[in-house]
Write a protein that binds this ligand. Structure first.
Ligand code: NAD
Length: 488
């Protein structure tokens, strides 16, 4: 092992397990190798799935609902006790500003366990009384039971937050899990294994295997015949592959996938709030948020003023070390991803876009020069039919376009394969309701962006997803609902 380079291993059946195969994890900040990560082959995935299967029938199954719920509260507290370790691991893997991870990633990772520990205790099931020809009648009641071993495939943009968004409800419902974190962000998933052991979650309930997608841990897990259900967050193309794998054995899938989200700014908006919200939705987490905005439609009378304010905001973002309190934007996750984003930056120019700000790679000082930094970028001058307006770029960039009429902007916003989220900025209440109903998405914000009540449904329409997670909606996926009919 090289000096200063961490070793990240699998977590199987309550133990930390290495592999003979390893891969390097590089810092998005500097490009330097920061970790050597074990890569799971079929054998490790098999061991994890079997551990999860055994655990399903072990002491875990005998816990009462209240005991299971208490244990998940303990997991949440355990994360908060190790807050600084989780923060350091997440920031090292992603390069995101400490201020962001401290406010969002780590507390939400813990909160996910609390909200689902509470949800399962309070969720009701149905009861129906029915008449029968003999006059004695019958009753029906429904019970929720675990689906079994759940395969959890995660992305790199909000690693702990999005992983626990699935693991917490899965465990709350009594399932066991095998998690495959993104190869870009392996650390916090393994760290969570330490918390699980510390608070007494039985071995095999929570397992982690590291590796890549195709011909690696991801594919081995999703094609494993003993996995009962698969929940995935990531690109739509990957989701399609996973859905095919899940078709073998007709296993249920929950898919949270890509977006090409529109912000719609009416001339009657609260300008300050709309600019602030749109800046966040375009540039938070270096634009690597599935809910983020990459199309901004602005009503024509406000267009010039709004663009000036957005440009000023983009240019005031500070790129730098995560610990620096002045830093407001980190790098992209990797050089590979930067190459993808830059290909769109080049395409925009080739198509005749006007670059309002940004458009390239910033000059970073010292060791940061080796990182995958990119400039926050705004364009105008392209239409809805270009790849810049149609395809998910997943970077800190947006195409800003004017519109004239409400019906026109509804049609344009909806003319896209994706349907994840939208942010509507207006002070006209009737219009806010009309717009929220008309835009084809799973999540519509009015005069906000990213405000989340974890009890509410979360997911995408069209190619952005299948199913909803959040609150009682997660129970739909993570449990089998069984009807019991009793003749009286
Ligand atoms: P990705 O699809 O490249 O990878 C996601 C995960 O799938 C990784 O763990 C990867 O190793 C694994 N994987 C890849 N190929 C696989 C295969 N053939 N079989 C099994 N597993 C495989 O996505 P990403 O680049 O990590 O994340 C960014 C994407 O995620 C964006 O499209 C973004 O919009 C989307 N996203 C969606 C949501 C949402 O809630 N809808 C949230 C965050 C991110």
């Amino acid at each position: 092992m090289r000096h200063g380079v961490k070793k990240i291993v699998h977590f199987i059946n309550g133990e930390f397990v290495p592999s003979t195969r390893i891969f390097e994890k590089r810092s998005p900040l500097t490009g330097e190798v920061i970790a050597e990560v074990a890569e799971a082959g079929r054998a490790e995935v098999d061991a994890a799935v079997h551990a999860a299967r055994r655990a399903l029938r072990g002491p875990w199954a005998r816990l009462t609902l209240a005991e299971r719920s208490d244990l998940l509260f303990a997991v949440a507290d355990g994360i908060m006790r190790r807050f600084d370790d989780f923060l350091a691991a997440e920031v090292a893997d992603t390069g995101k500003p400490v201020s962001l991870a401290r406010r969002l990633d780590i507390p939400r990772g813990a909160a996910n366990f609390k909200v689902f520990a509470e949800t399962v205790k309070t969720a009701a099931t149905e009861f129906f009384e029915m008449a029968t020809p003999d006059g004695r009648g019958a009753i029906n009641y429904a019970i929720r039971q675990p689906v079994g071993v759940v395969g959890v495939i995660c992305p790199w943009n909000l690693p702990l937050l999005l992983m626990t968004w699935k693991v917490a409800p899965a465990l709350a419902c009594g399932n066991t899990v095998v998690v495959k974190p993104s190869e870009e962000t392996p650390q916090t998933a393994s760290l969570l294994g330490e918390v699980m052991n510390a608070v007494g979650v039985p071995p095999g309930v929570y397992n982690v295997v590291h590796g890549f997608g195709p011909d690696s841990a991801g594919e081995f897990l999703t094609s494993h015949p003993d996995v009962d259900a698969i929940t995935f967050t990531g690109e739509t193309r990957t989701g399609e592959v996973i859905m095919k794998a899940a078709a073998v054995g007709a296993r249920p899938v929950s898919l949270e996938m890509g977006g090409k989200n529109a912000a719609i700014v009416f001339a009657d908006c609260d300008l300050e709030a709309a600019v602030e919200g749109t800046l966040r939705s375009c540039f938070a987490n270096c634009g690597q948020v599935c809910l983020g905005t990459e199309r901004v439609y602005v009503e024509r009378p406000l267009f010039d003023r709004f663009l000036v304010a957005l440009k000023r905001g983009a240019e005031s973002l500070r790129l730098g070390w995560p610990e620096d309190p002045e830093t407001s934007m980190g790098p992209l996750i990797s050089h590979e991803h930067r190459e993808k984003v830059l290909s769109y930056y080049r395409k925009a120019v080739a198509l005749g876009a006007e670059v309002v700000t940004g458009g390239g790679i910033p000059e970073m000082p010292g060791r940061l020069a080796g990182g995958s930094w990119i400039e926050p970028t705004l364009w105008t001058g392209l239409g809805d039919d270009t790849p810049i307006a149609r395809e998910e770029i997943f970077g800190p960039c947006a195409l800003v376009m004017p519109f004239d009429a409400e019906e026109d902007v509804i049609a344009r916003a909806n003319d896209n394969d994706y349907g994840l989220a939208t942010a509507i900025w207006t002070t006209n209440l009737a219009r806010a309701h009309r717009m929220a109903r008309s835009i084809e998405v799973g999540l519509a914000w009015v005069n906000e962006w990213f405000l989340r009540d974890l009890r509410t449904p979360f997911g995408g329409a069209k190619r952005s997803g299948i199913g909803r997670e959040g609150g009682v909606h997660s129970l739909e996926f993570y449990t089998e609902l069984k009807n019991v009919c009793i003749k009286l």
